[in-house]
Design a protein around this ligand. Structure first.
Ligand SMILES: Cc1cc2nc3c(=O)[nH]c(=O)nc-3n(C[C@H](O)[C@H](O)[C@H](O)COP(=O)(O)O)c2cc1C
Ligand code: SF4
Ligand code: SF4
Length: 299
């Protein structure tokens, strides 16, 4: 039996859901699959050398991979001499803009120097956890699409079909420019606040932070360290929406989406935003899914 590992970072669960779909499809084809969820401490990583298929999965942050993915790439061992390791990338983001195609550049460069070679990259549009809230009908449409598309693309990965996303002009420069987001988020994270009138002291945020960046003293006061990677897990999942995420507070989104929403299409004041790009994404996905169905690639 062959085996796979996907190193996954997911702030609010979207990317992890995509990985779960890949794991199910891989295992349906006899490939035992480990999802290794990343947290701040990368000292005991499983080595990719022990796996036949290696994947990296992350949410796009500012047209880049989150900083923890770069730390992971740095922490992984070099491939043995002459033994190149192939890998694939899965990523999720709130919008289908082509600019998101550049997000793996830095991680890819670090991994290449260690002998890892990327052969495929797949991008799934999932509900925003930052900027503005999609309607539940839009979120459910994204999830329905991902549920049908991911198994098709997981099969392509198992066949080692090359699938690299097309770059954009000045892509490397744009990716570099937006990586300013990473140190900026560490500074911004120190300025988070919790509204003590709303907080019920459940401790969910402290436990959930993947970077161990939130502590709560005996006096009940919250302290925020300098390791924030702006995954929004704390503010997104706070049951009373007690968080203030400093400079990005006007973009804060709180509370899960109803991904199984089956009612009428809901209107939003953001319907105009990237309208054509979303349309293109859904059309291309539907075409690929239907094509796979015709070829009996999926049930
Ligand atoms: C700090 C931050 C930056 C983001 N930047 C982008 C972006 O550049 N492009 C985009 O389409 N979505 C962006 N998003 C939205 C997320 O990529 C998207 O909601 C993703 O599915 C979240 O996945 P997760 O639940 O696995 O964390 C950003 C979200 C955060 C928190
Ligand atoms: S998750 Fe929200 S309510 Fe719970 S301790 Fe944290 S801030 Fe307070
Ligand atoms: S403080 Fe909040 S946003 Fe920052 S890394 Fe921790 S959970 Fe994520």
């Amino acid at each position: 039996m062959s085996c796979a590992i996907i190193y996954v970072f997911s702030g609010t669960g979207n990317t992890k859901k995509i990985c779960d779909l890949y794991k199910a499809e891989f295992e349906a084809h006899g490939v035992e699959t480990t999802l290794f969820e990343l947290k701040g401490d990368l000292s005991s990583l499983p080595s990719p050398a022990a796996y036949d298929f290696v994947g990296f999965a992350y949410p796009i942050h500012g047209f880049n991979a989150p900083h923890i993915m770069l730390d992971l790439a740095k922490a992984l061992p070099k491939c043995a001499n002459g033994d190149e390791k192939k890998y694939f990338v899965l990523k999720s983001s709130g919008e289908p803009l082509k600019t998101n195609n550049i997000s793996s550049y830095k991680m890819r460069a670090i991994l290449r120097r260690k002998g890892y070679e990327q052969f495929a990259e797949y991008h799934y549009v999932m509900p925003y956890n930052m900027i503005f809230r999609h309607t539940d009908s839009m979120a459910a449409k994204m999830w329905r699409t991902a549920k049908e598309l991911a198994p098709v693309e997981a099969r392509e990965v198992l066949d080692e079909t090359p699938h690299m996303l097309k770059g954009i002009p000045f892509g490397h420069f744009i990716a570099w420019l937006f990586r300013i987001e990473q140190p900026a988020m560490r500074v911004n994270g120190r300025m988070f606040k919790v509204d003590k009138n709303k907080c019920i002291g459940c401790g969910k945020c402290v436990k959930a932070c993947p970077m161990g960046n939130i502590t709560r003293g005996e006096d009940g006061k919250f302290r925020f360290g300098g390791n924030c990677i702006m995954c929004t897990r704390c503010s997104f999942s706070c049951p009373t929406d007690a968080f203030n995420i400093a400079l990005l507070n006007s973009w804060r989104i709180n509370g899960k989406y109803d991904l199984d929403y089956a009612g009428e299409e809901q209107k939003s004041k953001h319907d105009w935003y990237c309208k054509k790009a979303y349309k293109r994404y859904f059309e291309a996905a539907t075409q690929k899914i239907n094509c796979a169905k015709q070829n009996n690639d999926v049930e």
